[in-house]
Write a protein that binds this ligand. Sequence first.
Ligand SMILES: [Zn+2]
Ligand SMILES: [Zn+2]
Length: 258
Amino acid sequence: MKIQLLPSTFNAQGCAKQEQRLTCYLVDDRVAIDAGSIALSLSDEQRDTVRDIIVTHPHMDHIASLPIFVDDLFGFLKSPIRIHATEEVIELLERDIFNWTVYPRFSELKNDYGPVMEYVPFSVGVEFPVAHLRVTAVNVNHIVPTVGLIVTDGKTTLALSSDTAETEDFWTLVNGTPRIDALLIEASFPNSMAKLAEDSRHFTPESLSRELRKLDHNGIDILTVHLKPAYREKVAEELKALAIPKLEIMETGRCYEW
Ligand SMILES: [Zn+2]
Ligand SMILES: [Zn+2]
């Protein structure tokens, strides 16, 4: 399985930089997990192959360019873009984003070939198919309804926390999964901002290190994500100081493969 964190920051020459302002992962060039930078950073080939998008929660950094992605493809889609999310998240997307004011309600629109966007609701704790993958969602501890995910192609299995603070169900699911190849987990704020991290339900390196004691799988790759760009260097330094084996910061643009 191949996974890439799409870039969302560019220098004056248009080259991708490491700061992560938006969240969008691309799995095997086919399935997107969250859609923050989906309309900005996919290659033309990837734009042609991505038709399934899993939305973990409706925060702007995770959906910012989703409406633009659908808009771009509107006239050309021969099958709808499928948005996989919980009923709760779908309701929020319809109420707050695809509401005819912020952007059109694409779920009600058709092009010459048929519908352009459809919702595929899933329930937490029940495995569901997405393209060639099987996915299980679990509620995590964030300030809006949010899910973490276990994603498998039958050979490789990844766990993704999405945005969360201290949580239990995610670890029950991860530890109950016989084989996990890699864990992608957030580390948003530096330790000095523990109060804000707690209020906004995110981790600092310190709270993350406490949380990782709940992980039973030894020796797996741990990739930290969602470092707030304004504090990136500090968070990176504090993550390094934890000296947790095989823990690194996920590089944007790089293709990871297990
Ligand atoms: Zn969030
Ligand atoms: Zn976020």
